[in-house]
Each structure stands twice: as C-alpha cells, then as structure tokens.
Design a protein around this ligand. Sequence first.
Ligand code: HAM
Length: 421
Amino acid sequence: MSNNIQSVRGMNDCLPDAADTWQAFEAIVRDWLRRYGYREMRTPILEHTGLFKRAIGEVTDIVEKEMYTFVDELNGESLALRPEGTASSVRAVIQHNLLYDGGKRLWYTGPMFRHERPQKGRYRQFHQVGVEALGFAGPDTDAELIVMCADLWRELDIAPTLQINTLGDYESRQRHRAKLIAYFEAHQDVLDEDAKRRLHSNPLRILDSKNPAMQALADNAPRLMDELDDEALAHFDAVQRLLRASGIAFEINPRLVRGLDYYNRTVFEWVTDQLGAQGTVCAGGRYDGLIGQLGGKPAPAAGFAMGIERLLALVEAGGRPLAVPAPDAYIVHAGEAAERFAWQVAAALRAAGLATVLHCGGGSFKSQMKKADASRARFALIIGDDEAVLLQVTLKPLRGTGEQTRIEVPLVIETLKNATI
Ligand code: HAM
C-alpha cells in the first residue's frame, strides 16, 4: 500500500476519456434544454446549512446523516456543501426576485455532495442536471417535465421506466399523517430504531424504509390516496391524461414518497433494473410550498434532477454510444525548417477552427506517427524539410482507406473540413 494521497472516498476523478463522454452528454443536454426554452442558472456549491434544513426537512436522511456541514472558522457560520440543487435555485430566485414578471424555466448542472455509503452508482460527490419550472401551477407543467425526460431518453436510446404518484396537498397530508401515526403506534413492536425516532416527527418517511422486516407493515399502512381532496385528484388525473396523450407509459406507485420533504402533488421517478441497486436515474415532482416556506412570495413550482453518473452508466449498458470529439489533425515534423513551417500550419488550421495537435518533443517520424495514431486524430500532417521548402504538407488519413497526398495548406484546410472520416 503506497502512502500517496488518494482522492476522498466516494469522490471520483473524471479522466480525459470519461470527460470526452461527459462533454458529449452535456452538449446533448444543453441543446435539449434549449429546445424546451429552459435557461441555465449557476449557484454556489456552498450554502448556509439552514437553507437545506428548511427546504429538504430536518428529519430526512439527507439532512440528518448525509450533509457535509462545517463551521466557517472565520465567522462562525454553519455552511454545507449542497446535497441537491432545488433549495439553492429557490433561494436564488427569491433573493433576486426572478419571478417578478412571471414564471421561469431554469436548469443547472454540477456536483452535489452526500455522505452516503459509496457503491456502484452511489457516490459522495455526484453530478446532477436539474430542471426547475418556477411559478407554474398546472398539470401541464408536470406532464411537460416528464415528456421532456422521455424525449432525452429517446435521444440517448435508453429506456428507464416511469413511476408516478401524488402526495396531495397540505391538509390531506396532515390527515394522512395522523392516521399513519396511529397505525404505526399500534404496531410499535415491528418498528426499527429509525422508524421509532421518526414516528412523530416524520411518519411518512417510515414508508420509504428499506428495512425488509418492515415492508409488510409499510405495504398495509393507510394510503395517502384515500385522503386526497378533489382538486389534487383532478390535478393527478390531468397529468395522467396528458402523459397518455403523449404516448408515455407509466406505473402508479403509491409507495413513492421521495426522500425530500418539499414535495406535494405529483412526484415521479425514472428507474431501471440495469444498474443494480441504484436504479433511479432521474426524479422529481411538484413543490408548491417551498418558495413561500423559504420566505418568498408564495408561488407554485415543479422540477426534477437526473444523476449524470447513473445515466451515463445506463447509456454505456446499451444506449447509443456518444460521439466523442477527436483531433482533426496531428502534425508530425522533422528538421528545423519543417518545425518552423509546422508551427505556421498549426496556427492556420486552428484559425480555421480545426482541432490540431502539434507534435512536441522531437523523435523519428516513425515514433511521431505512433503518437499521431494514439491521439485518435483523423489525419496526420507530415512535414519534412522537403515539404517546408515547397510550403506543402503530406496529408495521411489515419482512418479508412484514403490515399496519402501532398498538397498546399489552403487545400489541407478544405480537405479536413469536408472529410467524412
Ligand atoms: P434526488 O432524488 O435526491 O432529488 O436526486 C435526483 C437524482 O440524483 C437521483 O435520482 C439520482 O439519479 C441522483 N443521485 C442522488 N444521490 C446520488 C448519489 N449519492 N450518487 C449518484 N447519484 C445520485 C433531488 O435531488 C431533487 N433536487 C430533484 C428535484 C428537482 N425535485 C424537484 N426539482
């Protein structure tokens, strides 16, 4: 075991090959969001701890067990690395009064931090693309959020399945909560420690328990569905109608309660069985109370976030391979005049927008050509003193069956721009 410093457990490096794939994914995502009229917002990675306590809920796994929280020794403030992006988005929207002239469609991407037990698909630093539609009350927004996910899955050629549920509104949740507490109190002997602790503070969370010994108890618990009022039911019906009209298959899962407290009405998760235990690739729902709860003028909202690591794993498991960028040209050169000319050619190619790697460090043509191959470039540009004198370049396709040719620089640029390899 070496004593070299390693990365923090559960936090991964994104090496160049992986970063190529991430960039290709991000380009698809940016274009997809543009087509739906969403605009990017960037918020800080650190926030006041109180923001997440108030938004996500004091009695949730994230806030109780998973937040990276520390006291800023310079001023005594308690800060947290963001575990998710919704709270920060709402904080920023309130702080900058972004809803003053109506609803906003926003998205963000970046690292999130949760001190969970790392395993495949679950990391302590992971990345989300999050989408928030703020200021919109109708079921059309819920449905569109789901439809846009389906659109992205089609583009990535993956097929997670959709589960939806409704959590109703405040009053029905209070009624349900009272019934749940009475029910769980009557079955104290089956409750584990977590459940006992949450019995009075957040009984809904008990339904979310992964403890197999409590599954039957949770399955037979009073159902929120039975407490829903007409308005919430009509909202849920309308979401389903719109989904059917868009040809989106879904399953209603009454057990779907989500791990964050801010949700009401529609909640949804996109899940797959191709990734083992961590099969939720995207999740979200409506959170009509959060803006008011964080001190803003009350306004409805809904959104979702997808885990990039999990989505890319799913793409790798069978989706469409993402087109990763490669250099257009790798310039090899030997000789003094050739080197001078090679620099000029590289500058001309780059000015024309071509991705050009100029060989550094000398060596024989043979060893330089090996580097050119390894770079995955589409073409090698070979420059010896002969070529330099004539201001020409030998162009060698590194893929396909094309012939090597010796041509002037403007023609090189034209050929590279038009080449289909
Ligand atoms: P969430 O369900 O906590 O929701 O996370 C959303 C997604 O982030 C998950 O479905 C999963 O793909 C990914 N994810 C979560 N934790 C990890 C982890 N430890 N490692 C890898 N991936 C992970 C939210 O964060 C809400 N803010 C979503 C939302 C936005 N609701 C409304 N607007």
